[in-house]
Design a protein around this ligand. Structure first.
Ligand code: ADP
Length: 497
């Protein structure tokens, strides 16, 4: 227990030593109006620290700094190799501060420290290295054309990029955004989620230490309407990238469109997990469990509709309940599977969905209650007999609530899995290659995981179809978000050509 207490104390001490300010033009500054807001510890609802609350004035300063850094250089003009080396250096610094980053992530977000250590931090470092490697491998094409002429394309950085991220994977989402943008030579204003600014503050310090020039990476803490909206609608921004709710994404998309700026959106989901009758039930129960309960269900790609073949449905339900009941919920600095939800708003939303599930006739098999009287702890909750038209079967809950549904035929489950406005991810568990092939092609979603779930690799693209978003992040595909194609048509003087 003493080492656990030490971890929590270390996390608080690390947080206290962070700059509680905005990073603009390479300097840590207070909000121009001096406003601050409390960052709440989801374990006990106490204030961890007060962060600077950016407003439109600060956004303007940050955009101007990014503009100047882009227009005057050196970042977009330096050799691509050197840019890559700077990003590799940042990745090395992050790695050497892994433990601090993990402690801060757990303190801020409430995810188990074991998860922050094993997933959030190493995936973030890996992501940055992946794009650092791309920096000097971005190039256009030569094109043969009629006449004494030739043509080629240049893939140039877009310019000043506004990026807004959510609270569920604060460091990793920051990295999904800034790594490709910086590798391509853009300058960035990153607006982090108001709930979870801590790892971004350490990241900002490390970026300065790595030698990322002033104005290239600006970090704003603050709220959506006060800081996010002015950022998205700023005329000095050349591209907007957003991860968050579908509701806010629509609004962000409109603001970007009003300025005719390209915009990538990574939004919500209600992703199906389809379990065929021929699977190893014990194994798939575990995988479907973590497909939903990972990060307390606070994942845009959470497998929040589990369709189980009728032949194995009863056994699957019984085993899914047993697995959920075994999970330890508690202080994320201790040896637990689940910590608290992020905040009061999310907690209330999840509890309301649980209540609606019962009212609408789903069978609450386990969980459903708050744990303790302080902090946002919710029991792992499993509903069976969920039907497609129930709120818990249709809406994104973003919490530890597993919805089990029965299906009889492939045609039926394809229709039902696709009967959603969302199209982010999906999972198929089967040992029948024909079933797998048919489902992978029939599911209308940006990701299909086959006999696995929630697996992320920096090289593999990720993006939502339908109301789950526009565009893709990660992998080589994301380079297109952060480069513009310039066509150069060049006349040759020698007619012999
Ligand atoms: P969640 O429901 O997961 O909190 P949100 O979509 O509300 O997701 O928030 C995701 C990010 O969008 C956060 O950084 C938040 O501050 C920001 N945000 C919220 N409202 C707006 C807005 N009106 N304009 C721009 N950004 C916003």
């Amino acid at each position: 227990l003493s080492s656990e207490l030490t971890s929590a104390a270390q996390a608080s001490a690390t947080a206290c030593h962070l700059p509680h300010k905005l990073l603009i033009n390479g300097a840590w500054v207070d909000a121009s109006d001096g406003e601050t807001f409390p960052i709440i510890d989801p374990r006990n609802e106490q204030t961890i620290l007060n962060a600077a609350s950016a407003s439109a004035v600060d956004v303007d300063k940050a955009v101007n700094a990014a503009r100047e850094a882009f227009d005057e250089g050196p970042w977009p003009k330096m050799s691509a190799k050197e840019r890559g080396r700077t990003l590799f250096k940042l990745a090395d610094l992050m790695e050497s501060h892994s433990e601090k980053l993990a402690l801060l992530e757990t303190l801020d977000n409430g995810k188990p420290l074991s998860v922050a250590r094993a997933a959030d931090v190493p995936l973030s470092v890996d992501h940055l290295r992946y794009y650092a490697g791309w920096a000097d491998k971005i190039h256009g094409k030569t094109i043969s054309v009629d006449g004494p002429a030739w043509a080629y394309t240049l893939h140039e950085p877009v310019g000043v990029v506004a990026q807004i991220i959510p609270w569920n994977f604060p460091l990793l989402m920051a990295m999904w955004k800034i790594a490709p943008a910086l590798a391509c030579g853009n300058t960035v204003i990153l607006k982090v989620a108001e709930q979870t600014p801590l790892t971004a503050l350490l990241l900002g310090q490390l970026a300065l230490e790595a030698g990322i020039p002033p104005g290239v990476l600006n970090i704003l803490t603050g709220f959506g309407p006060q800081a996010g909206a002015p950022l998205c609608s700023h005329r000095g921004v050349d591209k907007v990238a957003f991860t968050g709710s579908t509701e806010v994404g629509r609004y962000v998309g409109k603001m970007a469109a009003a300025n005719l700026k390209p915009c990538t959106l990574e939004l919500g989901g209600k992703s199906p997990i389809i379990v065929d009758k021929d699977v190893d039930i014990d194994d798939v129960v575990l995988k479907a469990h973590s497909g939903l309960f990972f990060n307390h269900g606070q994942c845009c790609a959470a497998g929040s509709r589990t369709f189980i073949h009728a032949d194995i449905y009863d056994e699957f339900v019984e085993k899914a309940v047993a697995v959920a009941q075994k999970q330890k919920v508690g202080d994320p600095f201790t040896d637990v599977n689940l910590g608290p939800l992020i905040d009061a708003e999310q907690f209330n939303k999840v509890m309301n969905y649980i209540a609606s599930g019962e009212v609408e006739g789903a069978v609450l098999r386990t969980g459903g209650r708050r744990l303790g009287s302080e902090g946002f702890y919710v029991e792992p909750t499993v509903f069976s007999d969920v039907s497609d038209n129930m709120s818990i079967g249709r809406d994104e809950i973003f919490g530890p609530v597993q919805c089990l549904m029965k299906f009889h035929s492939l045609e039926e489950v394809i229709r039902r899995a696709n009967d959603t406005h969302y199209g982010l991810a999906s999972g198929i568990f089967s040992n029948n290659v024909h079933t797998i092939n048919k489902l992978t092609r029939a599911i209308r979603a940006g990701t299909v995981w086959v006999n696995c779930y929630n697996v992320y690799d920096a090289a593999v693209p990720f993006g939502g179809w339908k109301d789950s978003g526009i565009g893709v992040e990660k992998g080589e595909y994301a380079l297109q978000n952060y480069t513009k194609v310039k066509a150069v048509y060049q006349r040759l003087e020698d007619p012999a050509w």
